[in-house]
Design a protein around this ligand. Structure first.
Ligand code: PAF
Length: 275
């Protein structure tokens, strides 16, 4: 596996591998990332992952400084997973000057997580577009755990006519249901025990929807109450259509999304539901 530390090194690799599958990450890799690498390999293309903790998508007071950086361990995992290259640019490579041009996202970027992390999706889309332009992949893969991120990337691809196929990877979960996330490492032992409750409550809603319940607000409030009772600070629990627009009683397919804090750790998750 080749480790590419700069745009120049990436360019050389690209000359030998013009067509590739791409898995962008911020590092601190877990089984969810590695399953995306496995999925990318099914394309038959050489797989390149990126590791870059993007300051543009962190707000003031968020965890940019303490975000876990585990580069050597990440490279070992990527190598074992059959990745052909890892692109790990320096900050100056992606941002040689202060970024003055941005991807301006639609209103969806101010809902759900966007309501609580202003600017996050603008910064995320901007770096993803920059990475796409540098790596020029034929296919790029993103996990469904970041469901809103995936929806916005798909929208950007469509509306900006990007010649890239976007593939979604299923959420990888621990045995107790907790969605794997780089931020799970922040949890204390007691918080880690408590953490699956977010998934459990989203799943309860998804099961109720599948059985035909359509009292969306009541279902959301029940989940909020259950989480509050166990010490969570909830940003939102929301039932949406798969495209993240607001649902109607006549709908048959949904996604139930939630974001909530356990102590100093913000967890997000979602469960798809259908009849
Ligand atoms: O999901 C992530 O890890 C990041 O948001 C991404 C897509 C790599 C952009 O920085």
């Amino acid at each position: 596996m080749q480790i590419l530390r700069s745009n120049a090194e990436l360019k050389l690799w690209k000359a030998a591998h013009p067509d590739c599958a791409f898995v962008p990450t911020m590092g601190n890799l877990h089984a969810g990332h590695l399953s995306l690498i496995g999925q990318a390999r099914l394309s038959g293309l050489p797989v390149i992952a990126s590791i870059f903790v993007n300051p543009l998508q962190f707000g003031a007071g968020e965890d940019f400084a303490r975000y876990p950086r585990t580069f050597d361990a990440d490279c070992a995992k990527l190598r074992d997973a059959g990745c052909a290259a890892v692109f790990a640019p320096a900050l100056e490579d992606l941002y040689p000057q202060p970024q003055g041009y941005f991807v301006e996202p639609p209103a969806l970027a101010s809902e759900l997580c966007g309501k609580f992390r202003p600017g996050h999706f603008r910064g995320m889309l901007t770096v993803v577009l920059k990475l796409f332009n540098l790596v020029e992949p034929r296919v790029a893969l993103f996990g469904k755990k970041d469901y809103q991120q995936l929806a916005l990337i798909r929208g950007m691809r469509e509306q900006l006519n990007l010649p890239i196929r976007i593939e979604a990877g299923e959420t990888t979960r621990a045995e107790d249901g907790l969605a794997l996330s780089s931020r799970n490492g922040y949890l204390s032992e007691a918080e880690r025990q408590e953490a699956p409750r977010l998934y459990q409550n989203l799943k309860l809603i998804a099961d109720a929807l599948a059985l035909g319940r359509r009292d969306f607000e009541e279902l959301e409030v029940q989940a909020l109450d259950a989480l509050y009772r166990h010490g969570w600070k909830v940003d939102y629990v929301s039932i949406r259509r798969p495209d993240l627009s607001l649902p109607a009683e006549s709908d048959a397919q949904f996604v139930v999304l939630g974001a909530a804090w356990l102590g100093k750790t913000r967890l997000i998750d979602n469960v798809e539901a259908g009849q």
